[in-house]
Design a protein around this ligand. Structure first.
Ligand SMILES: Nc1ncnc2c1ncn2[C@@H]1O[C@H](COP(=O)(O)OP(=O)(O)O)[C@@H](O)[C@H]1O
Ligand SMILES: [Mg+2]
Length: 375
């Protein structure tokens, strides 16, 4: 799929913008603080309804304005579809082909986006919460039911935790109710575990060779690390998990929350037996995240029979020439890619030749060069 047209109104430093992108490679260049990242962010918000930066939505609205709109025409399997998002201080309205969409789950699997940006290192370095958020978002783009599943899981988890608090305070004594909730929780958990496990397995089909192609190092893998050990093939998995929850019941009452489950999952990145979180160089970590994201492209191709839109924010400036060239192999006209850079000299001339170029200056966009499609 690709984003054909993008229209912005009052989005960060853009008062209004109307741009036609190419199906292949688009390069946005311009000095710092002109709006390059903002434009990628607008595309991300259009597809996924939230920013990839951890800001609250209000900051997305242009200073001194009360609302913003983002509109895009997304072409998928030769069909044009219109996505539209309106945000003000109180509300967010999502539209698909002019129909208002009430359920986010129905919306976020429409336009598939993979983004890579300098702060992405946090995916390796920071807390597991960030990695779970990543897993949830990617899986929601792949399967719209996953988003519903996670929401249901969170609701039951909250009920269970609230009840644990009541038991702790002596307001309730009835463990049967906890057991019922635990049963529901386990049903959902198994579904989540299976989808996450499947996703990581698929990632591992591709990420080692991608990592090797860029870094020339063997043995990269992503490891799914749930909070307790289990075997997804165990026919008595449900009973087994029930026992695990039972073992921790007293403890859970004491800490007023549920100590195991998908909300405690993590993923880890290894180079052979070296955990990159602790022993990886900045460069190794950066490429690990990149390899993860590039692997996802293959998964989208297989499972959704479409390519996602790839957003690369300022990634070439941090890489040496050799890695830059290795990475270029993965950027081709078969997948719509939008790249930002402050300096065109950071990019390979051949790449520039086959790209559509835009200059970004103070919230304005100027098309510099159209691509000739036969190139
Ligand atoms: N809500 C907003 N209203 C107006 N301007 C904003 C808003 N949020 C950010 N900006 C401006 O956007 C600019 C940064 O844009 P950004 O896309 O991050 O730049 P870069 O081109 O370096 O990627 C800054 O000048 C900042 O003041
Ligand atoms: Mg930027």
């Amino acid at each position: 799929m690709y984003l054909k047209k993008l229209k912005l109104h009052n989005f960060r430093n853009y008062e209004s913008l109307n741009v036609t992108l190419t199906k292949g490679i688009n390069i946005l260049y311009g000095e710092n603080a002109q709006g390059k990242t903002n434009l990628l962010e607008a595309i991300y918000v259009l597809g996924l309804t939230k920013s990839h930066r951890n800001f609250i939505d209000d900051n997305l609205i242009k200073k001194n304005e009360d609302y913003l709109t983002i509109e895009g025409i997304v072409n998928d399997k030769k069909l044009d579809n219109k996505l539209n998002i309106y945000i003000d201080n109180k509300s967010k309205i999502l539209k698909y082909n002019n129909d208002t969409i009430k359920k986010i789950s129905d919306y976020i699997s429409i336009m598939n986006i993979i983004i890579f940006y300098p702060d992405d290192l946090i995916l390796i370095k920071e807390s597991p919460q960030i990695r779970r958020k990543y897993l949830n978002l990617e899986l929601s783009q792949l399967y719209s039911n996953y988003f519903i599943l996670i929401n249901e899981y969170n609701k039951i988890l909250k009920l269970r935790n609230d009840y644990l608090k009541k038991i702790n305070k002596g307001i309730s004594k009835d463990k049967t109710y906890v057991d019922i909730l635990t049963g529901y929780l386990i049903d959902k958990s198994i579904m989540i575990y299976k989808l996450r496990d499947k996703f990581i397995n698929k990632i591992n089909l591709y990420c080692e060779s991608i990592y090797k192609d860029i870094m020339n190092l063997d043995g990269f893998k992503v490891v799914y690390n749930p909070s307790i050990e289990f075997d997804l093939k165990n026919p008595n998995l449900k009973e087994y998990l029930k026992q695990e929850y039972d073992k921790r019941f007293e403890y859970d009452v004491k800490i007023l929350s549920t100590s195991i489950g998908p909300h405690k999952d993590d993923i880890e990145f290894y180079l052979k037996d070296k955990n990159l979180k602790y022993y990886g160089s900045q460069g190794q970590q950066r490429i690990a995240v990149l390899a993860l994201k590039l692997s996802e492209i293959e998964i989208f191709k297989k499972y959704k029979e479409t390519t996602p839109i790839l957003l690369l924010d300022d990634i070439f400036s941090e890489l040496d020439d050799k890695k830059k060239n290795n990475l270029l192999k993965f950027i081709n006209k078969d997948i719509q890619t939008i790249i930002t850079t402050t300096d065109l000299n950071n990019l390979d001339k051949k790449l520039i030749k086959k790209s559509k170029l835009f200059n970004i200056s103070n919230g304005n966009i100027i098309k510099i060069k159209e691509v000739k499609l036969d190139e």
